[in-house]
Write a protein that binds this ligand. Structure first.
Ligand SMILES: Cc1cc2nc3c(=O)[nH]c(=O)nc-3n(C[C@H](O)[C@H](O)[C@H](O)COP(=O)(O)OP(=O)(O)OC[C@H]3O[C@@H](n4cnc5c(N)ncnc54)[C@H](O)[C@@H]3O)c2cc1C
Length: 504
């Protein structure tokens, strides 16, 4: 008889684990606390607009590149149309200069040299680094736990040409490269190249890899946005015979004799299965659903020491203008203010804004969904929430300030704003359960570039984890891969060949 699997969470990782488990003859059901699939990969409606809460780019959208087969197996490539941009971002200076981060490497190289001819050497080192990363192999096909000596040898052979490159760049951060520019504008603009309020040790290699994907045109935006993407994978899962129960919060993983045997929901009901996979928040899974019983020093160390992606303040605006004149970019336009402004808990001197005119499904005809997001402090918002009025007031003030700042840079915008929505770090916790509002788990740093986490917990049988809390750096392809990997591990344990299918 086929074995049963319960999956906690219908984010991309849970949906992926569900699809691959169904492909391999397991009987699965997903328990999801929210009313929609996707987890953080989501979109919500406000006054005729759709606020896209997630995706800038989906890696693996070009045939023949890493991750592409996963998106084919999950039915994404067959159903979603992809949008390419020529520009990754625009970074503006106070003096009117603009650094256009082109997706095409040659164009980027030429443009950077035009802006800063005196920095020819550092620019060439950087763009050659991107070129080199174009062929950097990502071993996505198989769970590392299942590598045979031959697999290891094959991977080592593929990595060999990168050893010297890794030695040279592995410890280098965005800030290190920025410091090397003599040109004052590039020196100031380069740290914003990745549109993240990065920790000081964010590795330049991760930037190079992303820009290599951009150049290869394998990191596109799926038209329709994040929820449409999640719904596509949800459909694939349902077509494969899976079941999803929404509004079903899991509060406990049921364990008997150190074996996971099912889950208990917030409504008190208990559901049994042969195997449990948690694709929900890692901290809640380990410390609440399992009471911290199955842990070792290594796992505790992740939660005590690794740096989280900072949670976000997310301002969505519906603007009754087409913004045809604004160039389309992957992540947006980053612009400075004349004077720093206190927004939320701290003083800020720049904002990054994205105009979604390239995706008309997000706004009524002739209008545009516009988004600004920036990192914020979880504890600040938690404290504010103790006085609910202050919390709401702060959200209003943030919207006022953001609209005023945008209006200064894009005159006339404020008068056309007809929808405002502010999500805070607590919004992410409420709707997705992610620990301290982190939207993508642990951020990659120079120290975690090579870190691989186990998808098991010590001492607990028939239990696995998938998603952004077992893959530092998160992201859609890596969590979809972790759902695939976990199924491979289960198949191996059950002595079954792992198989995949591709829908029409
Ligand atoms: C603003 C933003 C921009 C991003 N941009 C990109 C991008 O451009 N490209 C990219 O590749 N990635 C991007 N990401 C990251 C990517 O979306 C995430 O890494 C990925 O979607 C995480 O998927 P997951 O399934 O691991 O986790 P989640 O999406 O967090 O899913 C976990 C699911 O578990 C559910 N859950 C939690 N607790 C329980 C419980 N107790 N019971 C039942 N269900 C529960 C949650 O409701 C949720 O549905 C972005 C994320 C954000 C927020």
């Amino acid at each position: 008889m086929e074995k049963s699997i319960i999956i906690v969470g219908a984010g991309m990782a849970g949906l992926s684990a569900g699809c691959y488990s169904q492909m391999n003859g397991y009987r699965t059901q997903i328990f999801e606390m929210h009313t929609t699939p996707g987890g953080v990969c989501t979109t919500w409606k406000r006054r005729g607009y759709k606020i896209d809460g997630c995706i800038h780019w989906l890696t693996g959208t070009k045939s023949g590149t890493d991750f592409f087969p996963i998106w084919e197996e999950l039915g994404v490539m067959q159903r979603c149309s992809m949008i390419e941009h020529e520009e990754y971002a625009r970074i503006e200076g106070k003096d009117g200069k603009v650094f256009i981060v082109y997706c095409d490497i040659n164009r980027l190289d030429q443009h950077m040299k035009e802006l800063a001819p005196e920095d020819k050497d550092v620019i060439e080192e950087f763009t050659n680094g991107i070129r080199k990363m174009t062929h950097f192999p990502i071993p996505w096909e198989k769970a590392p736990e299942l590598y045979s000596p031959m697999d290891r040898l094959r991977i080592m052979r593929k990595m060999l040409p990168y050893m010297e490159f890794w030695r040279k760049w592995g410890e280098i951060t965005i800030q290190d490269v920025a410091q090397r520019f003599k040109n004052p504008f590039m020196h100031e603009a380069f740290p914003f190249i990745f549109n993240l309020e990065n920790p000081p040790d964010f590795p330049i290699m991760a930037v190079m890899k992303t820009f290599a994907w951009m150049d290869q045109k394998t990191a596109s935006y799926p038209a329709g946005g994040s929820l449409e993407l999640a719904r596509t994978v949800e459909k694939r899962y349902l077509d494969l015979g899976g079941e999803i129960h929404y509004k079903s919060r899991v509060v406990k993983i049921l364990v008997e004799n150190d074996r996971a045997v099912g889950v208990k929901l917030a409504d008190g009901s208990e559901h049994r299965s042969d195997i449990v996979i948690s694709a929900a928040d890692g901290h809640t899974t380990i410390f609440n659903m399992l009471n911290g019983k199955y842990i070792n020093g290594k796992i505790r160390g992740y939660y005590d020491k690794l740096t989280l992606f900072s949670p976000l303040i997310y301002v969505g605006l519906g603007v009754a203008r087409s913004f045809e004149e604004i160039p389309h970019t992957v992540t947006g336009i980053d612009f400075p203010f004349d004077e720093p402004v206190v927004i939320g808990e701290k003083e800020r001197s720049r904002l990054s804004v994205q105009f979604y005119a390239f995706d008309p499904t997000l706004a009524p005809a002739g209008k545009t969904f516009v988004r600004v997001h920036f990192a914020s402090d979880y504890d600040y918002w938690k404290k504010l929430k103790q006085g609910p009025e202050r919390y709401e007031e702060e959200k209003e003030q943030i919207a006022d300030k953001v609209v005023a700042l945008l209006d200064r840079r894009f005159p006339g915008l404020a008068a056309k704003v007809e929808m405002r929505d502010v999500a805070t770090p607590l919004t992410w916790v409420r709707y997705t359960g992610n620990w301290r509002g982190s939207f993508q788990g642990w951020i990659e740093t120079t120290n975690t570039l090579r870190l691989r986490m186990s998808q098991n917990l010590p001492g607990l049988k028939n239990f696995y984890m998938a998603g952004q809390w077992v893959q530092p750096g998160g992201s859609l392809p890596s969590v979809a891969m972790s759902g695939r990997n976990v199924t491979q591990i289960i198949c191996k344990y059950d002595k079954k060949p792992f198989t995949t299918t591709v829908p029409n």
